[in-house]
Design a protein around this ligand. Structure first.
Ligand code: F7E
Length: 349
């Protein structure tokens, strides 16, 4: 049985990837922060249905020793590095922690792998944010980077580290340059989920206004479930490489808003208000990916259209609200089985 280790297993992508890997017969291990273990109801809602089938390990991206120990113990065949400070806006508020966590975390993992599991295949979650102020449209694996935030800079550094460990030490280290990917499991701070959760609240009369920033920004939005399949396909190749993963279509934030409100027969203009707090000091205006290499070499293609994605998210948020009138408490998550690398974890965030 193949063993996979996932950092960021409690996040949107980690949860879909765990489902996919369990379905493929893998033994799935995850690295989680101690705060998640102490508060599983709140922090593990995306993987609560999987908890009995997962093996979780407490470690911190900031602690080389804790990652080293987990890797030495698990000896994974595949390692998916998804954990990061991934909210671009926040990276303007705290550049330092974003750079520290994202760059050092990737470095710590690669350096540990080199020592204790050099044959393990490694996936790095790179990002279309690396293209930032785009030099060409659509972007491919050959498009130069021009990041516009500490987050984007940290991903360029992670990408370079991954390539360097591949070239210098022969690690089977691959980067997926993933464009925005969303789902009903998306965090509420990201614009898509913010929109669909507000649409549901407004429909139920629990809110009236939706404050937003730049409506003109354009993104290439896909479904997270499709994108984790691409991650896995990348690690099934004999040679490590870098791949763009995108739908090849771009839509503005306003188009997302229009569609989401249309799903519940409301006019977005009655509810959306412009709020300067949600504009960024440096914006990425347009992203559009060319995933021909992934199609050609991995046989990957997205299965979910933009319209289907928006509708699924709105419907899910409507159901969540109607299922929990006045905050009916959800069932408690089962207690996870955790192996603690606690002594090493003193610096955990
Ligand atoms: O913003 C605009 C905002 O925060 C999308 C992450 O997964 O994808 C994601 O990064 C756009 C931006 O995602 C609001 O200015 C307007 O142009 O949903 P977002 P993101 O920054 O594109 C990439 C690929 C990643 O790697 C990242 O980790 O929407 N926008 N008004 C707003 N955005 C937010 N969050 N909130 C607003 O009110």
């Amino acid at each position: 049985m193949k063993k996979a280790l996932i950092t960021g297993i409690t996040g949107q992508d980690g949860s879909y990837l765990s489902e996919w890997l369990l379905g493929q017969g893998y033994e799935v291990h995850g690295i989680v922060r101690r705060v998640a273990i102490e508060d599983p109801d709140h922090r593990m809602w995306r993987i609560r249905h999987l908890l009995p089938r997962l093996q979780l390990h407490s470690a911190s991206l900031e602690s080389y020793a804790s990652l080293f120990q987990v890797l030495a113990r698990v000896q994974p065949d595949e390692c998916y590095h998804l954990a990061a400070q991934s909210f671009v806006s926040y990276s303007f508020e705290d550049e330092f922690s974003t750079l520290n966590t994202n760059i050092n975390g990737t470095h710590h993992l690669l350096a540990s792998l080199k020592e204790v599991a050099p044959r393990c295949r490694f996936y790095f979650a790179a990002s279309s944010e690396m293209f930032g102020k785009v030099r060409e449209t659509p972007q491919t694996e050959a498009t130069p980077f021009h990041p516009r935030s500490a987050y984007g800079i940290s991903k360029v550094a992670g990408f370079d580290l991954t390539r360097n460990y591949r070239e210098a030490y022969g690690l089977k280290a691959t980067s997926g340059i993933l464009y925005n990917h969303e789902s009903p499991r998306r965090g509420y701070e990201f614009v898509t989920r913010k929109i669909t959760s507000h649409v549901a609240k407004i429909k139920f009369g629990l809110a009236d206004k939706l404050p937003l920033g730049n409506l003109e920004a354009k993104r290439d939005w896909g479904h997270a479930r499709d994108y984790v399949r691409a991650m896995w396909l990348m690690l099934q190749q004999d040679q490590p490489d870098d791949y763009v993963v995108a739908t090849g279509q771009t839509w503005s934030v306003q188009q997302f808003v229009e569609l989401a409100f249309a799903c519940v027969d409301l006019d977005w203009r009655d509810h959306v208000v412009s709020d300067p707090r949600f504009f960024r000091p440096a914006e990425v205006h347009l992203l559009l990916g060319d995933a021909s290499k992934a199609r050609r070499q991995l046989g990957w293609a997205p299965s979910c259209s933009f319209q289907e994605l928006v509708e699924e998210m709105v419907v899910d948020d409507l159901e969540r609200l109607s299922d929990s009138p006045a905050g009916r408490p959800a069932a408690a998550a089962p207690r996870p089985t955790v192996s603690l690398v606690a002594a090493m974890d003193a610096g955990a965030r």
